[in-house]
Design a protein around this ligand. Structure first.
Ligand code: PMP
Length: 406
C-alpha cells in the first residue's frame, strides 16, 4: 500500500481502537454446524416481523413524507414522551420528554457520553468484568480504567469506596449495568443500590447507568434502576429497544436529567449522525403504542428466555466437571461460568470450536485483561435442544482439554 496510509498517519486514538474480540469470535461461529453460545443476539424467531411490516405501512400511509425527512437531533417527541412515561409508570419517577434523547442504539449513547466526558488519561471506573462494547466505545477517548470487584450481588460498595479513595485523581464517572449484566447476568441488589449512589455522590463521581436487559426478568421485577434513586441529575441512563423489539431498528435512548450535560450531548450526537433514523423512530412508536402488543411480546420473550436459561442450567449441572462453576441469572441473556484457574478459556475456546460449540472467553471483559478463567454463555439465541447438545459438547471439550483437572 502507499506510504500515505501507513499507521503513523492515523490519529493516536486509533492505537486503542481494536476490532472487538467478540466480532472476531463470531466469524468462527458462523459455520452452520457450530452451536454458538457466543453472540449476544436476541432470538430472531421472536422478532415481530409482521407487526413491524404493518407498523411501517401505517406510518407511511398516515404520516407520509415527514416520516422520511430529516428531523430533530433529540428524537421525535412522541417517542421521547413514551420512553419517559414507561420508566415513570414502572418506577414512580417523573421524567419528562425534555430529559430524553433518542440515540442510534444505546451503543451510540456510550460513544457520545464518552466523547463529552473523557480526555486522554482520565480515569473511568468500571465494574470488573464489564461490557466489552462499552470498553471499546470509551477506549477511543483514551481513558485509564479503575476496576471495582463484583460478587453475585453486583458491584461491592466497600470495594467501590476503596477504589475512589485511592484514585490518583477524581474519576470522570462510574459506568455500570446494574440489572442482568452483560457479561455476567448478575443484578446489583436492592440493598446496595442506594449505597452505590450515595458513595458516588459523596465522592462527586457521576454515574452512567446502562440498562438494556431490565425488561427481561424471568420471575420478580428487578430493583428500580439507579436513576430512580437519584433526584439530583447525578445519574444518567441509557436504555434500548434492541432487546424488547428488534436490534436492527437501532433505537436506543438516554435519560439525562442534568441540563448542562444534555446541552453537550446533543451537539456530540449531531456531529455523529444528525439524528436517529426518523422512519425507525416512527415505526417503533407505532409498535409500542399498539394496544397490548408490547406487554404480550415482552411476556413471550421472558417466557422463552427463562425456559432456555433453565435448560442451560440443568444441562450444566448434569454434565459439567466439578471445577466448572456457574451462576443463576434472574433475567437477561447471559450466564457466567468459571473454570479451574489453571485453564485459559481463550485456549479452551479453540478446543470447543473444534468440537463445534462456541462461547466468549472472559478475558476481554476485564478492562485490565487480568483474568482468564471466565466464560460468557448466551442462552437467548439457541433453542432448548441445541442448548443441551451444545452444553454436552462443551463439557466434553472441557474434560478433554483439562484432563487431570477434575
Ligand atoms: N449495553 C450493553 C450492556 C449491551 O449488552 C448492549 C448490546 N449488546 C448495548 C449496550 C448496545 O445495544 P444497542 O446499541 O443495540 O442498544
Amino acid at each position: 500500500m502507499t506510504a500515505a496510509l501507513s499507521s503513523h498517519r492515523f490519529a493516536q486514538r486509533c492505537t486503542r481502537m481494536q476490532h472487538s474480540a467478540i466480532r472476531e469470535i463470531l466469524k468462527v461461529t458462523q459455520l452452520p454446524e457450530v452451536i454458538s453460545f457466543a453472540g449476544g443476539l436476541p432470538a430472531p424467531e421472536l422478532f415481530p416481523v409482521a407487526r413491524i411490516a404493518e407498523a411501517t405501512q401505517r406510518v407511511l400511509s398516515t404520516r407520509g413524507a415527514p416520516a422520511l425527512q430529516y428531523s430533530v437531533t433529540e428524537g421525535i417527541p412522541e417517542l421521547r414522551r413514551w420512553i419517559a412515561g414507561r420508566l415513570n409508570a414502572q418506577f414512580g419517577t417523573a421524567f419528562t420528554l425534555d430529559e430524553v434523547l433518542v440515540t442510534t442504539g444505546s451503543q451510540q449513547a456510550l460513544d457520545i457520553y464518552g466523547r463529552i466526558m473523557i480526555d486522554p488519561g482520565d480515569f473511568v471506573v468500571l465494574e470488573n468484568p464489564s461490557y466489552l462494547g462499552a470498553i471499546q466505545a470509551f477506549d477511543a477517548y483514551q481513558p485509564e480504567y479503575l476496576t471495582v470487584e463484583t460478587d453475585e450481588a453486583g458491584i461491592i460498595p466497600e470495594a467501590l469506596e476503596e477504589v475512589l479513595r485511592k484514585a490518583p485523581r477524581r474519576p470522570k464517572f462510574l459506568y455500570l449495568i446494574p440489572t442482568f449484566q452483560n457479561p455476567t447476568g448478575r443484578t446489583l441488589s436492592a440493598e446496595r443500590r442506594p449505597k452505590v449512589v450515595e458513595i458516588c455522590r459523596r465522592n462527586e463521581v457521576p454515574i452512567f447507568e446502562d440498562n438494556p436487559y431490565g425488561e427481561l426478568a424471568f420471575s420478580e421485577k428487578p430493583p428500580a434502576p439507579l436513576i430512580a434513586h437519584d433526584g439530583t441529575g447525578f445519574v444518567s441512563y441509557t436504555g434500548t429497544a434492541s432487546k424488547i423489539a428488534a436490534p436492527g431498528l437501532r433505537i436506543g435512548w438516554m435519560i439525562v436529567p442534568e441540563k448542562t450535560l444534555r446541552d453537550k450531548l446533543i451537539p456530540a450526537k449531531q456531529g455523529s449522525d444528525l439524528h436517529t433514523a426518523t422512519l425507525d423512530q416512527y415505526i417503533l412508536h407505532e409498535l409500542v403504542t399498539d394496544g397490548s402488543f408490547l406487554e404480550d411480546h415482552i411476556a413471550l420473550i421472558r417466557k422463552t428466555y427463562g425456559a432456555r436459561r433453565d435448560v442451560m442450567l440443568s444441562a450444566l449441572k448434569e454434565m459439567m466437571p466439578e471445577h466448572v462453576r456457574f451462576n443463576h441469572p434472574a433475567g437477561g441473556m447471559f450466564l457466567w461460568a468459571n473454570v479451574d484457574p489453571r485453564i485459559d478459556t481463550e485456549e479452551l475456546f479453540k478446543a470447543a470450536a473444534a468440537a463445534n460449540v462456541a462461547f466468549v472467553p472472559g478475558r476481554p471483559f476485564y478492562p485490565h485483561n487480568d483474568r482468564r478463567d471466565g466464560m460468557r454463555l448466551n442462552f437467548s439465541n439457541s433453542d432448548e435442544t441445541k442448548i443441551r447438545i451444545g452444553v454436552e459438547r462443551l463439557a466434553t471439550a472441557i474434560r478433554n482439554y483439562g484432563a487431570g483437572i477434575s
